[in-house]
Write a new protein. Sequence first.
Length: 646
Amino acid sequence: MLRWQLLVASALTLPLVAPMLLMPFGVHAMLPGVWQWALATPVQFWIGARYYRGAWSAVRSGSANMDVLVALGTTAGYGLSVWHLIDPRAGSGAALYFEASAAIITLVLLGKWMEARAKRDASAAIRALQDLRPALACLVQDDGTEVTWPIERVRAGDRLVVRPGERIPVDGDLLDGETHVDESMLTGEPLPVVKLVGDRVTGGSINGEGRLTLVARASAAEGTLARIVRLVEDAQLRKPPIQRLVDRISAIFVPAVVLMAVGTLMGWGLVTGDWERALITSVAVLVIACPCALGLATPTAIMAGTGLAARAGILVRDAVALEAARDVRVVAFDKTGTLTEGRPRLAGFYPAAGPRSEALALAAAVQQDSEHPLAKAVVMAAEAEGLAIGRPEQVKAIPGRGVQAVVGGATYALGSGRWMDELGVDRHPLIDGADAAGAQGMSVSWLADVSATERRLVALMVFGDALRPEAVEAITLLKADGIRPVLVTGDHALAAAHVAQAVGIAAEDVHAGVLPEGKATVVADLARHGPVAMVGDGINDAPALAAARVGMAMGSGTDVAMETAGITLMRGDPRLVADALDLSRRTVRKMRQNLFWAFVYNAVGIPLAAAGLLNPIVAAAAMALSSVSVVGNTLLLKRWTPRSDR
């Protein structure tokens, strides 16, 4: 509708403006006054109706906005022209300003159309995310039959089938099948992710080669995809502090311009006696003062910035978080799940005697039925090496010590060093390796054969939480930007020191053994050195995320962390922290540049118009040019690319 109105307004205005443009070349093609009136009237009262409605709403609410200036200025020019047209005393040579009023409305509408285009382009990320959701889902009924079901009717607990190549309709847990899932549009991670039975899958991602059966965790309206869309929408709608300042300035600016226009009218009229010239000059003041550019300055930058962030896998909850991130000087990282993978792996396996593969198969068999993360790490390591894992018998968990089981007729104990000492197992052959692992902050477990009276040590297992591959580069990027990285973790000091040294965080910036409520206290203490961003992924990080100037949650973490944070990093890449801060700085810089240009145009243009050096059409063109410059400057932000992709 806005585009068609602009086309119609342009078609009606061009015959009015063209003769003025041709006059310097000696071409006189001015239309008769009645024809001018016929062309200008639809522009004034049909196309321009939006400005009258906007002005009336503003006046009724006791405020003033751009529409007030447009309505006053164009009505004054149009009304004076009509008076000259019908006044017999004016004669056929009376000056008409229909072209000025029509051109003003058309040029202001051009600014509105450009604003709408900028918003549409900035919202492309939202539309792309919305397009990820399929319209239909394949529902498995109680009798086992499959029916095609509108996705809006899917509820938590429903069983769904997803065929190879289809989009997964809703968030769910995999009941049957295995596949690779493309989650790139949601997380930015380019490689497909392996999904096995029991894994969680996200609505909107693309199923690879397997036929899957899943149970829905939530409806489409409450899933991850819907939450992401709401976050981006809210971020684009909520005003940052700088925009609220602009609103307060505008509330004073518009009444001041109206008073200035009245002063210009009275001054020119009383001094020169030429009230017609006085009216035209005051109209020029009203027109050039239209704060179009002022209204575009921050919303376009916010929408462009949040749209770019969403494409990069950075979800900004609101514009307040986007603006606040610009000032961050300290970034506090949680360790587990943030700088590290968040899941233990078997970093070392050392048999006391005999083949390594045989001892590893025994350790995996003892723990095959255990849900403990360390047990899963051993089983996964054995499976990765293709070892045959026997079935355990008489499995017995010993609280605080470990697990005992019978494998191949022999009884094995697997657990802590203290338990081995209680059982009388000699650990000395491998004790040096255990001490070295402990010095690096790693965990160790022991496997022993306790079948006979003489207990025999079988193997030492060393577990570590692997660093994320991007962790070192993430810290390097922050340091290059003059931002101080800090480690705040509940893990013990040795593990924290090892990770800090590996990624490049200074020893004095390591806070280990910190309880959840203590993390918030640490963040408050760090704030003495400048605004703090906290990066975490767990429920235990929520208090610190809330206490920080900007909370950043890893998208691979808990819902509590993501709900508390102002920014969510959709893929487990800590380099996105530096990208988020960089984009925040660039977006706020664009806001300030836009405001500068908006104020410069008004500061220069209003005195010129009041001095009679600008007629209304030139004033309207200058006003439109200010809007063009603001939108064009904002569009330059689209050249930004995440440093993690460079």
